[in-house]
Design a protein around this ligand. Structure first.
Ligand code: NAD
Length: 363
């Protein structure tokens, strides 16, 4: 039976990389019926909405989506369409594998770690108080009364909620992920020494959950600043990292840097019932319509999607095809060439064509 999957091309380079990924996924032979829906700038132009209900309804119906990056508009009420989708569909876990593929330029070899980022709360909850507004002044006054601490009157305030419920949910997800994927260790990353009631709660909850997995999965915790240094110096020490939202966002890009950059870093947003697969990178507007962007991150997000729908053989074939094209280094985009100005670099569609040819050879 065909899999019905929502395809959101996104905007910026989204069209090019999503189309490349959809073509490569189809080339594996898996029967897919794409449900194409708009979100982002094109949706705004056509429907007047950045995130039309139709897009959310399609994902709710199909339970699985492949999504291209979407530009965050500056100066509208929307903080981010991407964050809005994750929140509306309760996609609480963001899974971002950072894996080295031979042939990609990078300072490190053989990196194989996975970031599990909490997606639903922390400073991304969007609860903010603007400088100079009466509600901000009254909050500042209330805080001063309740805590005795002074906040400058010309401050803006962002709220960082971290709950026991969401912490337990994400840490349990990380341990289950580690077990299912034969991983050995979970590292909880936090700043509990300073933020005792938020990161402290996250860490305390992680320790409790870790006890249930003791003897099966190793557990450790590390403060986020130290972790940033450790990842740059000794990334091979790490396996699965579980982090609150903001640190997860930042260290995802750091880990993308360890494996050769944003062009090759895939991701998934997973909830209880639904999952949306998307690259770590954004819409890179400067490359829009230039057939230049590296499609690898979106195609590898397609690999994660195939595993999620239990099409493991197709996922293995697609990943192998990507790995071989990168290792050969011929039909790859500019960012994967030793010299980015190398005129033999192919475009987004050219790299997808080479991967499709490789899939045929492997099959
Ligand atoms: P970006 O990831 O779009 O681009 C940063 C730089 O990384 C680019 O200039 C480019 O040099 C490189 N890069 C990114 N993807 C690449 C690819 N596939 N191939 C080759 N090089 C690539 O980050 P940004 O410029 O900070 O953000 C642009 C927009 O995207 C913003 O509006 C941002 O909010 C949005 N964004 C969306 C998502 C998402 O849709 N999930 C994620 C991050 C950022």
């Amino acid at each position: 039976m065909a899999h019905s999957i929502t395809l959101i091309p996104g905007d910026g380079i989204g069209y090019e990389v999503s189309l490349a990924a959809a073509r490569c996924v189809e080339a594996t032979g898996v029967d897919i019926r794409w449900d194409n829906v708009l979100a982002g700038q094109d949706a705004m132009d056509k429907t007047g909405q950045l995130l039309p209900q139709e897009a959310l309804d399609s994902i709710k119906k199909n339970k699985v989506a492949l999504k291209g990056p979407i530009t965050t508009p500056v100066g509208t009420g929307f903080r981010s369409v991407n964050v809005a989708i994750r929140q509306a569909l309760e996609l609480f876990a963001c899974v971002r594998p950072a894996k080295s593929y031979p042939g990609v330029k990078s300072r490190f070899k053989d990196i194989d770690l996975v970031i599990i980022r909490e997606n639903s709360e922390d400073l991304y909850s969007g609860i903010e108080f603007e400088e100079g507004k009466p509600e901000t002044a009254s909050l500042i006054e209330r805080i001063s009364k309740d805590t005795g601490k002074k906040i400058r009157p010309d401050s803006g305030i962002s709220i960082k909620p971290i709950s026991k419920f969401a912490s337990e949910r994400i840490v349990r997800f990380a341990f289950d992920y580690a077990l299912e994927n034969r991983r050995k260790k979970v590292t909880c990353v936090h700043k509990a020494n300073i933020m005792k009631f938020t990161d402290g709660l996250f860490l305390h909850t992680a320790r409790e959950v870790a006890r249930e997995f003791s003897g099966r999965i190793e557990f450790e915790d590390t403060i986020v600043d130290n972790m940033s240094m450790q990842l740059v110096q000794k990334p091979h020490k790490y396996d699965v990292l579980v982090l609150p939202n903001l640190y997860g966002d930042i260290l995802s890009d750091l880990c993308a840097g360890l494996i050769g950059g944003l062009g090759v870093a895939p991701g998934a947003n997973i909830g209880k019932e639904m999952a949306v697969f998307e690259a770590v990178h954004g819409s890179a507007p400067k490359y829009k319509g230039k057939n230049k962007a590296d499609p690898t991150a979106m195609i590898l997000s397609g690999v994660l999607m195939l595993r999620h729908i239990r099409e493991n053989k197709a996922a293995d074939i697609l990943e192998e095809a990507v790995a071989r094209v990168i290792a050969e280094g011929k039909s790859v985009t500019y960012d994967l060439k030793p010299d980015p100005l190398d005129p033999s670099a192919v475009g987004t569609s050219g790299m997808a064509d080479a991967i499709i040819e490789k899939i045929k050879e492997i099959k």
